[in-house]
Design a protein around this ligand. Structure first.
Ligand code: HEC
Ligand code: HEC
Length: 201
């Protein structure tokens, strides 16, 4: 708990530094992103998600969503509105190309007992709750395509929070069908899907 608090305090300081320097229109180096998004490189560092191997077009769309404050959940607002809001299109293109070219590693931090249930839901959806198969869009390893993100191997807490926050009304302009799909999920379904996905390579 102490460690998490410390990390958040560090992130808050970096967020401030970034927003101050952004005012002077300094180009933001990749280093400014990996400070929060983790080393080895960019494999994620709670609460910032892994960017390594994320899809180029998806990264660009998220940067634009941060810039125009469409992605408005608390951590996006606190950290990414400043860090992503002032990137020139060229800078955003370079960063997205760089991060998408890195090899992703799985976080492996979900609940192993929920993996089997999560795997089934990922493959088949939940017909009774009118939830489609995730494979249909995200691919068999959750690897994504274009504006559909790579979700295999992202950290448990990040995945869980993203799915919960759509149901809470945040990030409502995200591409169809995520806000609707996530809004129909129970906490148990979310925990199982996030656990399974955290182990996917
Ligand atoms: C001060 C810390 C911080 C810095 C610096 C930072 N980020 Fe982030 N970033 C975050 C956090 C925290 C999130 C998660 C937001 C959420 O919970 O939805 C995030 C989310 C993202 C996402 C969304 C990923 C996804 O899977 O949806 C992208 C893309 C991103 N950041 C790119 C960047 C880039 C590019 C840079 C450098 C210009 C950068 N970030 C710098 C903290 C940071
Ligand atoms: C019809 C296609 C489609 C289906 C089916 C689908 N998704 Fe998505 N998903 C998307 C798209 C497109 C996005 C990007 C939304 C945006 O930010 O604009 C996304 C984003 C996500 C994200 C955010 C990832 C990140 O890096 O922040 C998660 C988590 C996710 N989906 C999980 C799921 C799960 C779990 C299922 C199955 C229950 C599922 N999706 C079914 C298309 C789909």
């Amino acid at each position: 708990m102490k460690l998490i608090k410390l990390k958040i305090a560090i992130l808050a300081t970096v967020g401030l530094a970034v927003s101050l320097s952004a005012g002077r229109a300094e180009p933001l180096a990749t280093r400014n992103c990996t400070w929060c998004h983790g080393g080895t490189p960019a494999q994620g560092y709670t609460p910032a998600p892994r960017l390594a191997g994320q899809k180029y077009q998806y990264i660009l769309k998220q940067i634009s969503d941060f810039r125009w404050h469409r992605r408005n959940n608390p951590y996006s607002k606190l950290y990414m509105w400043a860090a992503g809001g002032h990137l020139t299109p060229q800078r955003a293109h370079h960063l997205a190309a760089y991060f998408s070219s890195l090899s992703p590693m799985p976080a492996n931090d979900g609940d192993r007992e929920l993996v089997a249930r999560g795997r089934r839901m990922f493959a088949e959806g939940i017909p009774d709750a009118n939830i489609p198969s995730c494979v249909a869009c995200h691919g068999p390893r959750g690897q994504g395509f274009g504006e559909i993100p790579r979700i295999g191997g992202l950290a448990y807490t990040y995945l869980r929070r993203r799915l919960e926050q759509w149901a809470e009304g945040y990030d409502a302009s995200a591409l169809h069908p995520m806000p609707e799909v996530a809004g129909k999920m129970s906490p148990r379904m979310i925990a199982a899907l996030a656990s399974y996905l955290s182990f996917v390579k």
